[in-house]
Design a protein around this ligand. Structure first.
Ligand code: HEC
Length: 131
């Protein structure tokens, strides 16, 4: 993925966060220690390939069928690394879905638990620009 586009997204996020005080929560909690550059790079690849995430969340995670994953708003969980791992692992059942559209466990892909952690690290990095 093009780094310049990603930087643009991050800068856009920072700008939005600044414009709406209170909406931004960057601390997030959870064990972000797992969010290493290597895990993020691996997760980037999984997001766009074997994990199928891009198909519903957009190739820049800007949102499509599934919600935007780059902002500070979380429908499910608090955006912490741990909660991202949990959501990706179990998906979102129809009853819990805000839009009424469900997300199958692991997005319907067959990625391993380690892959889930890497893709969670990638998603975490998108919404938490400053490590
Ligand atoms: C079949 C479409 C689909 C695929 C594939 C998919 N998702 Fe989702 N995702 C959704 C939907 C739909 C929701 C919940 C929408 C709602 O509640 O309104 C969701 C929710 C989420 C959330 C919670 C967002 C929030 O605001 O709380 C995360 C995180 C997430 N997905 C990550 C992923 C990752 C990572 C992958 C790849 C492994 C993936 N998704 C694959 C459709 C999908």
């Amino acid at each position: 993925m093009n780094n310049r586009i990603r930087l643009g997204l991050l800068l856009g996020f920072v700008a939005c966060a600044g414009a709406s005080p209170g909406a931004a929560q960057t601390a997030g909690g959870g064990s972000a220690a797992a969010v290493t550059p290597a895990a993020v790079a691996k997760g980037d690849n999984i997001y766009h390939k074997s994990g199928l995430c891009y198909a519903c969340h957009g190739s820049n995670a800007e949102g499509a069928v599934g919600p935007n994953l780059t902002d500070a708003e979380w429908i499910h969980g608090d955006g912490s690394y741990d909660s991202l791992v949990a959501t990706v692992t179990s998906g979102v059942p129809k009853e819990k879905s805000k839009s009424g559209i469900m997300m199958p466990p692991k997005g319907g892909s067959t990625i391993s638990d380690d892959d889930v952690k890497a893709v969670a690290a990638y998603v975490y990095s998108l919404s938490h620009p400053s490590p």
